[in-house]
Design a protein around this ligand. Structure first.
Ligand code: GLN
Length: 498
């Protein structure tokens, strides 16, 4: 049962073939047997999950009308506040903090009776592409434990690939949902910015951050998106418009007559041969399914990475100022006679990791008087140019596509001492965040040279999220007939009970 999709689990629950309590226990057992190797979780909420599962079983027994994913377990990225449950953002500075409230995403999950198993590991404050920046140690990729599971949401993606959970929530500022999905052979979607409320999502870069669904199939991400999406008065950037009907799109998976634009700038020599081969193959499959493949050019994407690494650190330097040792989590050096400033300095020195400090320093510099226009101001102009490139490209194509990232999963430690090499992982995912549009990554197969999963990225215009679900579902179906089984069925069993 734990290898089924969330939709299959939901129908087994609806048919009375299994209870949510039993299903939740199966996943807790799986976590107990494999998570010492994978380390996808920072906190497992056994009691809370079992209580939620019993409650939904009771509702079902009474014949109450339940939501489509009611009773199905989920892994939650540790950047979203859940009332009474530790929320660390992968940082020592928040150790011991239990939020007094639920984020809107969590409130919606609870309202839909989706069972929250626990909090997943991540790069500290979502800054990173490998989950190695977690203060609690790295997560390991279930395909090869010596490799990274992507980041920052490596824990969420690894929990899916290790069959510890059929659903997960991630957040994506520059690729943190899509890049982990790509390197773990799972599906991850960054919705249109403003499609899912950011209330209770601990802010990294507020103008880019977006929570979204992660799962093992396109339909499962669609079901989860509809559960968490929608306008929220508590988030001023939340879009007040009808939620895109992505479940219907994922179910029909119809691409006949659709124009699919290959972004010339995101498919060049810098991409691993196996990544390019799977990408070309997927394009052929989509053409066979009735789509028209066209080429588009987005010349300003060249500057996206540089602009992102000014905007994101700038916003982070402002957002992280709230961790002042007074209100949340860690407090160091609070002894007789110590001034508030000394306590604050010492706490930040001990509480923040290297990458977070690097970004706070970069961002503070970029925002400082005299430099603001040259750095932050120019980056904002580049952002406008990128949005214009997308707008022009979307007049020629309904969706745009590219490989999700240039390579398959690299070894743990391989890029830790080279921040630029790490940043380059997100070269194909960052433009999507800069323009606030939607982006999905789904597995397109395994690379010939290393047998590791490769991601295929689909991008859709603002609030036209349903388009990427149609294309994703069509490609998933075509790949299933080509490979004869879901790509994830080839993942090692990890010696645990499966
Ligand atoms: N890897 C990128 C960064 O380090 C993106 C992270 C994210 O999307 N949260 O900023």
């Amino acid at each position: 049962m734990i290898r089924s999709s969330a939709s299959e689990m939901a129908s087994a629950l609806a048919q009375g073939e299994i209870t949510s309590l039993a299903l939740t226990q199966l996943h807790l057992d799986r976590i107990a047997s494999v998570d010492k190797d994978v380390h996808a979780f920072l906190h497992i909420d056994t009691e809370g999950a079992l209580a939620q599962a019993s409650a939904v079983d009771a509702k079902r027994a009474k014949g109450e009308k339940l939501s489509p994913l009611a009773g199905v377990p989920l892994a939650l990225k540790d950047v979203l506040a859940q009332k009474g449950v530790p929320t660390t953002c992968g940082s020592k500075i928040l150790e011991g903090w239990r939020p007094p409230y639920d984020s809107t995403v969590v409130a919606k999950l609870k309202k839909n009776d989706i069972v929250i198993l626990g909090k997943t590991n991540m790069d500290e404050f979502a800054m990173g592409s490998s989950t190695e920046n977690s203060a609690y140690g790295p997560t390991h990729n279930p395909w090869d434990l010596s490799r990274i599971p992507g980041g920052s949401g490596g824990g969420s993606a690894a929990s899916l690939a290790a069959f510890e959970a059929p659903l997960a929530i991630g957040t994506d500022t520059g690729g943190s949902i899509r890049q982990p999905a790509a390197v773990t052979g799972t599906v991850g979607v960054k919705p249109t910015y403003g499609g899912v409320s950011r209330y209770g999502l601990v802010a990294f870069s507020s103008s880019l951050d977006q929570a979204g669904p992660c799962a093992r199939t396109v339909l499962d991400t669609a079901l989860l998106y509809e559960a968490i999406a929608g306008h929220d008065a508590k988030d001023a950037t939340s879009i007040n418009a009808p939620v895109p009907q992505v479940v219907a799109a994922a179910k029909s998976g119809d691409v006949k007559g659709m124009k699919i634009g290959v972004v010339k700038e995101l498919n060049g020599d810098g991409y691993q041969p196996g990544v390019r081969a799977r990408f070309e193959e997927s394009l052929e499959l989509l053409a066979k399914a009735g789509a028209e493949i066209v080429e588009v050019s987005c010349p300003n994407f060249e500057y996206a990475l540089a602009a992102y690494y000014l905007i994101a650190p700038s916003e982070c330097s402002s957002n992280l100022a709230r961790f002042d040792a007074m209100r949340y989590g860690l407090r160091v050096g609070d002894v007789n006679g110590a001034s508030a400033e000394e306590v604050m300095n010492l706490t930040r020195e001990v509480g923040f990791g290297r990458e977070v400090k690097r970004r706070i320093i970069l961002g503070t510099y970029a925002l400082s008087s005299g430099y603001y226009d040259a750095y932050y101001g120019s980056a904002q102009k580049v952002r406008t140019l990128i949005t214009q490139d997308f707008t022009a490209a979307f007049t020629k194509a309904d969706v745009l596509v590219s490989p999700t990232c240039p390579t398959t999963a690299f070894k743990i430690g391989e890029k830790s001492n080279d921040p630029l090499a790490m940043y380059l992982n997100d070269i194909a995912t960052i433009p999507v965040n800069m323009a606030g549009i939607g982006g999905m990554s789904l597995p397109s197969g395994l690379a010939d040279e290393d047998g590791l999963p490769v991601g295929f990225q689909i991008m859709s215009p603002v609030m036209k999220d349903e388009r990427m679900y149609s294309v994703g579902a069509a490609l998933e179906a075509a790949l299933l007939s080509k490979w004869g089984a879901p790509i994830l069925s080839k993942v090692p069993a990890l010696g645990g009970r499966a």
